[in-house]
Design a binder for this molecule. Structure first.
Ligand code: UD1
Length: 415
């Protein structure tokens, strides 16, 4: 559990880890690349460990050296066992990479955080368009591409991040050209393409809604530096905001922060962006964040909604949230209410009436970003907050307690 004795006033400087949502598809991409890849700024997280265990199961050798991860591709298998698939949802991106490399793949349905139903229909139907035969048997997927992967035109009915990545991974070593229309535009997609192109791929337009992939014969491992984690940046910004603090974040990509700036500005924080760092100075009392509508990039990200709700909980007025990406993404509201927040949830809408002060209490995390929201709220609350379910938070945050302690919070992890 994480124990916080609040309230804190955060002050100081920390550096931001590499992005989990870049690291996971890029680790899956190493399946396609002969030889060695050196991945710099690869965050040390339980989800990354799971991806490494999948790679090792497939026969690759992985070694961590500080924040670098070295992957030696010596693939011998094409099957991901059920227990690894169930550990995280993004393990599904291994499908496109394995079936392209081996001509077949066997994977079970993925697990992950409890955010409501998270279907993989778009992954399956779009891979089928590239000639992959997919059969479902007892909760597992048997995939084959007997004639190899064949480039095709694929139009996604929703710009799914995972489906776009899976398609890119399947198509990069294929015959012909693949066009993905209505592709997801998240920066992590461009990061994946940058790695693949460095390995010999020919992917154009990643990060825009039309991605063109000219299939190549083979890829060779290379060096790549993961982009900074924009959601982790938003989390520490929210932590600074609720504590009336002044915090500098190093190693951020300020362009990726822009779609998340409005609630910080609405609530009265002063955000100064300088090169690769950012400083946030919060007022004594936050104003409401007003209106947050989650959307695919470059809209406001669903992953930053929970931590911004913690800001709204202590704002001097009413804020409205509309969650458009996931059905069950307000479970943190229950924990926030236990700390004294006034939140009404109805379907995809949450209305938050800011209160003067939160009070520490025992709470439980149910998912990764919801857990981070409870940590942020715990920093603003008077007294002791004990957060259970830290295993969810460790999926995406490298030493959150250590970083917040560096900024002056009284926070520790305990068994
Ligand atoms: C990725 C991110 C996650 C983020 C999400 C949205 C990773 C490892 N995870 O998840 O942190 O919250 O993007 O920005 O990068 N959908 C379908 N059918 C499908 C696929 C998706 O209906 O086949 C729906 C999902 O249920 C969800 C929406 O599309 O409602 C968005 O999902 P998607 O963009 O695929 O998110 P993930 O790739 O799972």
């Amino acid at each position: 559990m994480i124990i916080i004795d609040g309230p804190a006033e955060l002050c100081g400087e920390i550096s931001i880890q590499g992005a989990k949502n870049s690291a996971l598809p890029i680790l899956a991409a190493t399946v396609l690349c002969k030889g060695q890849s050196v991945l710099h700024n690869c965050p040390d997280l339980t989800d990354v460990e799971t991806a490494v265990r999948i790679l090792e199961h497939l026969g690759c050798r992985c070694a961590r050296e500080g924040s670098d991860l070295v992957v030696d591709n010596a693939m011998t298998g094409c099957e991901v066992p059920q227990e690894l698939m169930r550990e995280m949802r993004s393990s599904i991106v291994f499908l496109g990479a394995i079936v392209s490399r081996c001509g077949e793949a066997r994977l079970c349905f993925p697990g992950g955080c409890e955010l409501g139903p998270r279907p993989i229909d778009l992954h399956i139907s779009s891979l089928q368009k590239l000639g992959v035969e997919i059969e479902e048997k007892g909760g597992c997927l048997q995939c084959r591409a007997p004639g190899g992967i064949q480039g095709a035109y694929v139009s996604l009915s929703f710009p799914s991040v995972g489906a776009t990545e899976n398609l890119m991974l399947a198509a990069v070593c294929s015959k012909g050209t693949t066009i993905i229309a209505n592709a997801a535009r998240e920066p992590e997609i461009a990061d994946l393409a940058a790695y693949l192109n460095r390995c010999g791929g020919r992917i154009y337009g990643a990060g825009e809604s039309c991605v063109i992939i000219d299939g190549v014969k083979e890829l060779f491992g290379s060096e790549h530096r993961m982009m900074p984690d924009r959601i982790v940046s938003a989390t520490y910004m929210a932590a600074a905001a609720v504590t009336g603090g002044s915090v500098t974040l190093r190693d951020v990509d300020n362009a990726h922060i822009l779609p998340m700036l409005s609630p910080f500005e609405e609530s009265g924080c002063e955000v100064r962006q300088m090169g690769g760092s950012l400083n946030i100075m919060a007022p004594r009392r936050l104003m409401p964040v007003k209106h947050i509508r989650t959307m695919p990039y470059p809209g406001f990200p669903t992953d930053a909604q929970p931590v911004v709700m913690s800001m709204a909980a202590v704002g001097s007025g009413t804020s409205v949230f509309v969650e458009n990406i996931f059905e069950n993404r307000y479970r943190h509201a229950e924990g926030l209410q236990r700390l004294g927040a006034k939140i009404k949830v109805e379907g995809k809408v949450a209305i938050v009436e800011g209160v003067d002060r939160l009070a520490g209490a025992p709470v439980e995390a149910w998912d990764l970003r919801g857990g981070a929201a409870l940590v942020v709220a715990g920093l603003a609350a008077r007294g002791r907050t004990e957060i259970e379910g830290v295993e969810y938070i460790r999926r995406g945050y490298e030493d959150i307690a250590g970083n917040l302690a560096l900024l002056g919070a009284r926070i520790r992890e305990a068994d």
